[in-house]
Design a protein around this ligand. Structure first.
Ligand code: B1M
Length: 210
């Protein structure tokens, strides 16, 4: 595998043009898109998170790194493995209310699209009633909830409860993901599934509509 430590280093340095040039140089050199994502960009964002926690990086710098990562993902998109097989199905995806993290959720949406699904990406900070309204309007078969904060995990349950109260629970499969959640939590709150990363999320979505 290519040495991707420079991608990590440049991501941490916060220069978007340099990051894009480095990602492109790695692609030109034959590096695997998935490796650049996992061993470069995601690894870099993990270090950003550690620095944020220890007070060595502040929110504006973190946000800048996040925006640069999103720009780099755009370059990587055509080089990421497509999920095999064409699955039909409509997914409503969003980051739950109170939570503004969207990079992971957008990767999940991208992988689902590459698996042939129609994805309605509601964005971040999405209230339970917004999910309910979109399910009604779109007739989606899957609802995909993302959360990155321990404080917003409870909003996943509130969203599932709102879907049940609106009488739509039997029409949709609900899947969850994001760093603080796991399979046990999914079962506890009555979700139909949990996926740890974007690739497995697309596979799970296909299974849920099969
Ligand atoms: Co925030 N943040 N942040 N942050 N941030 C974390 C999550 C944190 C772990 C950092 C840390 O302290 N180490 C920490 C959470 C602690 C906790 O609750 N346990 C944290 C905190 C505390 C906060 C604030 C409260 C900070 C503050 O204001 N004091 C604040 C909260 C704002 C809010 O949401 N209300 C905040 C703000 C921000 C920014 C806005 C500055 C920025 C987000 C910008 C953006 O997203 N557009 C930001 C960032 C960038 C991060 C870190 C550094 C990186 C997140 C990321 O994009 N990772 C993050 C630390 C970290 O994750 N290491 C951190 C890369 C991404 C590809 O991974 O999102 O995990 P991830 O997605 C993965 C999987 O989780 C999974 O697949 C993805 C791809 O494989 N997945 C799913 C995600 N959703 C899925 C859904 C699925 C299936 C899989 O199915 C539906």
């Amino acid at each position: 595998m290519a040495d991707l430590s420079k991608v990590v280093e440049i991501l941490l340095g916060g220069d978007k043009d340099k990051l894009i040039a480095e990602v492109q140089a790695n692609l030109n050199g034959g590096a695997d898109g998935k490796d650049i994502l996992n061993e470069g960009l995601i690894k870099g964002m993990d270090i950003v998170g550690e620095k944020m926690e220890s007070g060595d990086m502040f929110i504006p710098e973190v946000l800048n790194c996040a925006m640069n990562m999103s720009a780099a993902v755009e370059i990587l998109k055509p080089h990421l493995p497509e999920e095999s097989g064409s699955a039909k199905g409509k997914v409503v995806i969003g980051t739950v209310k109170g939570d503004l993290h969207d990079i992971g959720k957008n990767l999940v949406a991208m992988m689902m699209e590459s698996a042939g699904m129609t994805v309605i990406n509601l964005g971040v900070d999405i209230a339970p009633e917004q999910f309910v309204a979109k399910i009604k309007e779109s007739g989606a078969q899957i609802v995909a909830l993302s959360a990155l904060l321990t404080t917003t995990m409870a909003m996943m349950k509130k969203t599932i409860d709102a879907i049940s109260e609106s009488g739509l629970r039997d029409q949709v499969k609900i899947m969850i993901g994001g760093a603080p959640v796991n399979q046990d939590f999914a079962e506890q709150i009555g979700a139909d599934g949990y996926a740890p990363d974007a690739g497995s999320a697309a596979r799970l979505a296909k299974e849920l509509v099969a």
